[in-house]
Write a new protein. Structure first.
Length: 413
C-alpha cells in the first residue's frame, strides 16, 4: 500500500473513532440529564409529599378540635388549615383535592378521615410523556375522645374585690362552648365556706352551666378541698362502658388560699373551720349553710366554742396534732387540697388549674394541685396537668380559653 493510501486508511479510522466518541458522549449526556432530572424531580416530589403530609395532619387535628361546632364548620376550618399548610407553588398542575369524611370507631369515638391529593408538574422528566406529571397523596386520621369534666369554681368573697365576680361568668360560658353537648358530660361545682353542686354531670350541659355561672353569688371563705371532693364524686358517677375511650378531668379555679377545711370532732360533730386571712382568729361554720356558729358574730382565737369542748386541737390529715388557729387552718387547707388532688390523679383523672392573681392566690400550690411539670412536687407517674395564671380579671377569658385548647389537645389522638 502506498503512503497516501495508508494515510487515508488511518484518517478513516480516526473519523470512525471520533464518531463513536460523539455517540458515546451524547448517550452519556442524555443519561446524565436523566439522572439530574430524576434527582431534581425526586426532590420536588419529596418536598411536595412532605408538605402534603403536614397539611392533612393539620387539617385532621383542626377538624377534630372543632367538632363541637358541628361537622360542617369542622370541615370548613379543616380546609382552611390545609390551604395554610400546603406549599406547592408553580409545581402544581391543578388545585389540590381534599376529601373529608367522618366515622365512628369501635370505642364509639368520632374519627375524622382526610385524604389529600395533588398533581404536580415535573421539570426534567417531562421529556418522557408518561412522566410529565406526578400525583401525590396523603391520608390522615384523628380521633376525638369523649370527655367527662367537672368544673370547680371559687365563689368566695374576695372575688368581688378583684372584679373576678364580674368577669368569671363570661369566661366560663366561653370555656364550655369549646366542648360538645352531644359527646361530652360536664358538671359545675362551686365553693366558698361550703360547696354547691350547681349543675350535676350531664349531657347536654352548655345551657345549664351558663345559667348557673351567671347566677353565682360571691361571699365567704375558701373551702377548696370540698369543691374538689364534690368534683370527684361527679366524675366517679359516670360509668364508662367497656372498651370506650373517655377522658375524665377536673378544672379547678380559685383566686385565694385554701383557708377552710371540714373536720369531725370526737363529739361526732362536723363543722367547717375557716381561718381569717388577717388576724389570728377563726370561725366555726355550719357544714351545709355556712352560717357561723353559734351566732353571726362568733369568732375565736384560742378558746374553743362551748358546743365543741375538744376544739383546741385537731388531728391533721398528715397525722400530726395541731392547735386551732388561723395559720394552722390555712396550712391544713392546703394539705387537704393536695391530698384530694392526689386522690383524683391516682384515679386516673387529669387536673387543670386556673388562678386569678393580684391577691392571696398561691401559684406554686396550683402547680402542685395540677401536677404541672414545673411543680416542685411533680410526679411523672401520675396524670400530668397544667396551670394557667390570669394576672387580672380581664385576663380570665384568655386563661380559660388556653385551658380549653390544652384539654382539646389531650382529647385528640
Amino acid at each position: 500500500m502506498s503512503l497516501l493510501g495508508t494515510f487515508h486508511h488511518l484518517n478513516r479510522g480516526r473519523r470512525k473513532k471520533t464518531g463513536q466518541t460523539l455517540v458515546f458522549f451524547a448517550i452519556m449526556l442524555l443519561v446524565l440529564i436523566l439522572i439530574v432530572g430524576m434527582t431534581v424531580d425526586a426532590a420536588t416530589i419529596y418536598l411536595s409529599k412532605a408538605s402534603m403530609d403536614k397539611a392533612v395532619d393539620a387539617a385532621s387535628l383542626t377538624a377534630v378540635r372543632n367538632l363541637f361546632q358541628g361537622q360542617a364548620q369542622a370541615t370548613q376550618v379543616a380546609q382552611a388549615a390545609f390551604t395554610a399548610n400546603y406549599r406547592c407553588g408553580s409545581q402544581s398542575a391543578s388545585d389540590p383535592v381534599l376529601n373529608i369524611s367522618y366515622s365512628t370507631d369501635s370505642a364509639n369515638n368520632t374519627v375524622v378521615n382526610i385524604l389529600g391529593t395533588s398533581v404536580i408538574n415535573t421539570y426534567f422528566l417531562r421529556v418522557i410523556p408518561r412522566f410529565q406529571t406526578f400525583q401525590i397523596s396523603s391520608l390522615a386520621t384523628a380521633t376525638r375522645a369523649k370527655l367527662v369534666m367537672s368544673l370547680v369554681i371559687d365563689r368566695s368573697g374576695s372575688m368581688v374585690g378583684n372584679n373576678g365576680s364580674q368577669k368569671l361568668p363570661g369566661a366560663v360560658s366561653t370555656f364550655i362552648s369549646f366542648f360538645d353537648d352531644n359527646m361530652d358530660k360536664v358538671s359545675l361545682v362551686s365553693f366558698s365556706d361550703t360547696t354547691n353542686l350547681n349543675v350535676s354531670v350531664r349531657q347536654p350541659f352548655k345551657s345549664a352551666v351558663t345559667t348557673a355561672a351567671n347566677a353565682l353569688s360571691f361571699e365567704g371563705y375558701t373551702y377548696s378541698e370540698g369543691g374538689m371532693k364534690l368534683a370527684k364524686q361527679q366524675n366517679d358517677s359516670v360509668v364508662i362502658p367497656s372498651g370506650e375511650n373517655v377522658i375524665k378531668l377536673v378544672v379547678f379555679f380559685t383566686d385565694g388560699l385554701a383557708n377552710t377545711f371540714q373536720y369531725t370532732w370526737p363529739t361526732n360533730k362536723t363543722y367547717n373551720v375557716s381561718g381569717s386571712d388577717s388576724g389570728n382568729y377563726y370561725y366555726i361554720l355550719h357544714p351545709t349553710t355556712g352560717n357561723t356558729l353559734p351566732s353571726s358574730s362568733s369568732k375565736y382565737s384560742s378558746a374553743p366554742p362551748s358546743y365543741c369542748p375538744t376544739m383546741i386541737n385537731f388531728v391533721s390529715v398528715n397525722g400530726s396534732t395541731k392547735a386551732v388557729n388561723a395559720s394552722n387552718i390555712r396550712n391544713e387547707g392546703d394539705l387537704r387540697l393536695l391530698d384530694i388532688a392526689n386522690t383524683i390523679r391516682n384515679a386516673g383523672m387529669l387536673i387543670f388549674c386556673i388562678g386569678l392573681g393580684g391577691g392571696s392566690m398561691d401559684e406554686a400550690m396550683l402547680h402542685k394541685v395540677a401536677n404541672d411539670p414545673s411543680s416542685s412536687t411533680f410526679n411523672p407517674n401520675q396524670p400530668v396537668g397544667e396551670t394557667i395564671i390570669a394576672a387580672t380579671a380581664n385576663d380570665l377569658q384568655v386563661a380559660f380559653q388556653q385551658i380549653a385548647a390544652k384539654i382539646l389537645l389531650r382529647l385528640t389522638q
